[in-house]
Design a protein around this ligand. Structure first.
Ligand SMILES: NC(=O)C1=CN([C@@H]2O[C@H](COP(=O)(O)OP(=O)(O)OC[C@H]3O[C@@H](n4cnc5c(N)ncnc54)[C@H](OP(=O)(O)O)[C@@H]3O)[C@@H](O)[C@H]2O)C=CC1
Ligand SMILES: C[C@H]1O[C@H](OP(=O)(O)OP(=O)(O)OC[C@H]2O[C@@H](n3cnc4c(=O)[nH]c(N)nc43)[C@H](O)[C@@H]2O)[C@@H](O)[C@@H](O)C1=O
Length: 325
């Protein structure tokens, strides 16, 4: 029996990971899956995380809990983004170690790389330049997460791994109009405009930045693939002080192209305009996914198909996932 604690199981990524683990369990794998909501266990609370880890003593931990948001949320709540993410990482990783957890997987983000990194961005671009200012506090916390895992591995011989996802989307996403990421924001806005017969939809920024999108079911599969790799195989591709692995689809689109695709999927036929008062953020952040490909995993769900399927999911919800932050 393998006892796995999935931190953040009600989130988009944690939820997708839990669905895949539940399917494996139903297919006969001997798994004990442990979850807690943030109101049951606040991961910024050191004593609570200590008590939880000591009483549950999981074999493995998947850290998909974090303070997450789009470009404007990151820019508006920098203190919460750096504080909550650092606290969650320190508490979960240290208390996992203290409770004897040998294997852990944590999720970072492509924003750990410099704003003007060479494209596509390989893992060794980390800490080679200045970060994008709109999400620097979040990125610093995510970089710290990688370095905490590497440090525990070096000093204590643990097997703590990090995956760096590109921009994600899919069922369970946050559709908040200001605080969400671009893809759910556009699904919501174009859907409302098509439904109400509005003639124009405004998209933030210049439309020129490029982003790479990965469906959350692909991300969940990649996470479990990396967690399940034999230690020697994982180590062969990574280094003691560069132990993270990029996860992406391998191709990107401009925000204008993305808006046109979402307009098409939702049936909106009016005008698309751009609001230059909103930030563009990083001009481009395409992941170099060759390390993960060499290990044996590549993405399966294309962007058009993923958007169509996510829109179907969105339409089936009684009330979309409008989080307050
Ligand atoms: N979404 C994206 O585009 C990307 C996400 N990532 C990373 O992937 C991971 C998952 O992100 P995603 O699923 O999108 O995020 P979500 O916002 O969908 O989910 C985050 C989850 O974290 C939990 N959480 C937050 N704060 C606390 C806390 N103090 N104590 C306990 N639980 C807490 C919440 O639990 P509850 O619901 O119980 O409150 C929530 O369900 C994060 O590390 C994120 O940085 C990386 C790149 C892109
Ligand atoms: C995953 C990643 O996500 C964040 O970085 P980001 O990639 O810049 O994320 P975003 O999805 O919010 O924006 C992408 C682009 O799209 C444009 N854009 C247009 N119209 C809307 C819109 O309506 N909403 C949003 N949010 N963006 C819009 C927007 O102006 C920008 O040019 C990080 O803070 C951090 O959280 C992180 O790691």
């Amino acid at each position: 029996m393998t006892k796995i604690y999935i931190a953040g199981h009600r989130g988009m990524v944690g939820g997708a990971i839990l669905r895949q683990l539940e399917a494996r369990k139903a297919a006969g794998e001997d798994l004990d899956l442990i979850t807690r909501t943030s109101s049951e266990l606040d991961l910024t609370n050191q004593a609570a995380v200590h008590d939880f880890m000591q009483s549950e003593t999981p074999d493995q931990v998947i850290l998909a809990a974090a303070k997450v948001g789009g470009i404007v949320a990151n820019n508006s709540y920098p203190a919460q983004f750096i504080y909550e993410n650092l606290m969650i990482e320190c508490n979960v990783i240290h208390q996992a170690y203290a409770a004897g957890v040998q294997r852990l997987l944590q999720l970072g983000s492509s924003c750990i790389y410099p704003k003007l990194a060479t494209q596509p961005m390989a893992e060794d671009a980390l800490l080679t330049g200045t970060l994008e200012p709109t999400n620097e506090p979040y990125a610093i916390a995510k970089i710290a997460g990688i370095k905490i895992c590497e440090s525990y591995n070096r000093q204590y011989g643990t097997d703590y791994r990090s995956v760096m996802p590109t921009n994600l989307y899919g069922p369970g996403d946050n559709f908040h109009p200001e605080n969400s990421h671009v893809l759910p924001a556009l699904i919501q806005r174009f859907h409302n405009a098509a439904r109400d017969g509005t003639s124009e939809v405004v998209v933030w920024g210049s439309g020129k930045p490029m982003r790479e999108f990965l469906h959350v079911d692909d991300m969940a599969e990649a996470s479990l693939f990396v967690l399940g790799l034999d230690r020697a195989i994982y180590r062969r591709e990574t280094q003691e002080m560069l132990s993270h692995i990029n996860v992406g689809s391998g191709s990107d689109v401009t925000i204008r192209e993305l808006a046109e695709t979402v307009a098409n999927a939702t049936g909106f036929t009016g005008k698309i305009s751009f609001d230059a008062t909103k930030p563009d953020g990083t001009p481009r952040k395409l992941m170099d996914v060759s390390r993960l490909a060499r290990l044996g995993w590549t993405a399966k769900i294309g962007l058009q198909e993923g958007i169509r399927e996510t829109y179907k999911w969105f339409l089936a919800q009684e009330r979309p996932n409008l989080r307050t932050k």
